[in-house]
Design a protein around this ligand. Structure first.
Ligand code: NAP
Ligand code: MG
Length: 404
């Protein structure tokens, strides 16, 4: 083993809650710190600290990502009524991911980690499918009403000159119903298109995008037009040079093609499609605990995390002193992704190489038959061992030490 790898610019480190916080510390101690002279700017986003700082710490962490360019985040609790009691909160603080996403205005890319022995439910899938979810607008910023019997719903747009455009949505004659209003902005759709196209270039993968523009001739049509314009004006030549392509189709056709594909592409989805399809893709690849997530902002800031939550049920067992078999792979890949990006931006080849080896050592541990309980139940290896959280990390650490 050579000297520890030096870093030039800090990585924004955002610690979190429950079982993933336990894993966070161990990943650093067992896998990273023996090899990297870790240089981070640390933000504690655990619920207690968010309460103590009145959630200012979350915005400060997002600001730091804007300053340094790369962050790595542990899963955090999004409080609900039970958590308000459990943690004696003065307020139901917002989701940190939502806050950070709003500040960075990013797109979230989720990709599965593949390992031999963990077979996707779809046998043709040989490579990862990355889902890019537009994280603004549509039903997530909707306005909706109950429409009582006898009411009439109209869409009214007041122009900059005060002029009104009006259209009847529905007359609820003799029956009650519901209505909803949704919106998006050209700016947000354009940022989304750019983020997807930059990420496709970055990772040298094809880009797919789909809407329902045959039915939604203005709303969904706008998404298609903006994607096609951004592609033609800014990316077509770069894509050609990189040997990748952009493909537009209808959302139902896309779903059918995804299922019979080999994988190995980025699937850009409108907000709702991405919400639904990313869970389908995660499950179909085997386990939510094998899904990575990276938020990419249009200015080129990156935030890496695991796609899963804080694994609360395992944490309560851990607190009682019972052994836990929580999968740390997605958290490890959040760190490797962030370290690789830091290495690329700061031109530190050893750091990039370390990130590659950290991922290889982790996957090879699973392929060698050592895995946590979630994978043990779905692995088709003949010889396999279920190990606890820490043993997995120690095994991966031993492999890694043999590589670096
Ligand atoms: P979760 O933490 O993702 O866990 C749900 C279940 O999935 C677990 O009980 C476990 O199943 C399985 N699982 C998830 N990750 C696993 C791992 N690494 N290893 C093994 N099994 C894993 O979701 P949740 O229980 O709904 O949410 C817990 C907390 O996380 C909530 O407070 C929520 O707000 C927060 N959350 C945060 C984020 C984020 O920060 N990005 C995302 C989602 C949720 P078994 O119990 O069957 O083993
Ligand atoms: Mg979802």
């Amino acid at each position: 083993m050579g000297s520890r790898i030096e870093m030039k610019t800090p990585l924004v480190e955002m610690d979190g809650d429950e079982m993933t916080r336990v894993i966070w510390g161990k990943v650093k101690e067992i896998l990273i710190e023996p090899h990297v002279d870790l240089y981070t700017e640390y933000y504690d986003l655990s619920l207690g600290e968010r309460e103590r700082t009145r959630d200012a710490v979350t915005a400060e962490a997002a600001g730091a990502i804007k300053r340094y360019g790369v962050g790595v985040k542990c899963a955090t609790i999004t409080p609900n009524a039970e958590r308000v009691k459990e943690y004696d909160l003065t307020r139901m603080w917002k989701s940190p991911n939502g806050t950070i996403r709003a500040i960075l205005d990013g797109t979230v890319f989720r990709a599965p980690i593949l390992a031999k022995g963990i077979a996707p439910y779809i046998p043709t899938w040989k490579k990862p499918i990355t889902v890019a979810r537009h994280a603004y607008g549509d039903i997530y910023k909707n306005v909706e009403f109950d429409a009582p019997e006898g009411s009439k719903a109209e869409l009214v747009l007041t122009g900059p000159d005060g002029e009104e455009s009006r259209a009847l949505i529905h007359g609820f004659d003799g029956m009650a119903g519901v209505i909803q209003g949704v919106h998006n902005t050209d700016k947000s759709i354009r940022s989304f298109a750019r983020a997807c196209m930059s990420f496709a270039l970055d990772t040298k993968q094809e880009l797919w995008f789909a809407t329902k523009d045959t039915i939604s001739k203005t709303y969904d049509r706008r998404f298609r037009e903006i994607f096609e314009a951004v592609y033609a004006e800014e990316y077509e030549e770069k894509f050609r040079a990189a040997g990748i392509s952009f493909f537009y189709t209808l959302i139902d056709d896309a779903v059918a093609r995804v299922i019979r594909s080999e994988g190995g592409f980025i699937w850009a989805c409108k907000n709702y499609d991405g919400d639904v399809m990313s869970d389908m893709i995660a499950t179909a690849y085997g386990s939510l605990a094998m899904m990575t997530s990276v938020l990419v902002s249009p200015e080129g800031f990156y935030e890496y995390e695991a796609a899963h939550g804080t694994v609360q049920k395992h944490y309560y067992k851990y607190k009682k002193g019972e052994p836990t078999s929580t999968n740390s792979v997605a958290t490890i890949f959040a760190w490797s992704g962030a370290l690789r990006k830091r290495g690329e931006l700061d031109r530190i080849p050893r750091l990039i190489d370390f990130a590659d080896k950290l991922e290889a050592a982790t996957v090879q541990t699973i392929e060698g038959g050592i895995m946590t309980g979630d994978l043990y139940t779905i692995s088709n290896l003949n010889i396999k061992n279920k190990v606890d959280t820490e043993t997995f990390l120690l095994e991966a650490g031993a492999r890694l030490s043999g590589m670096v």
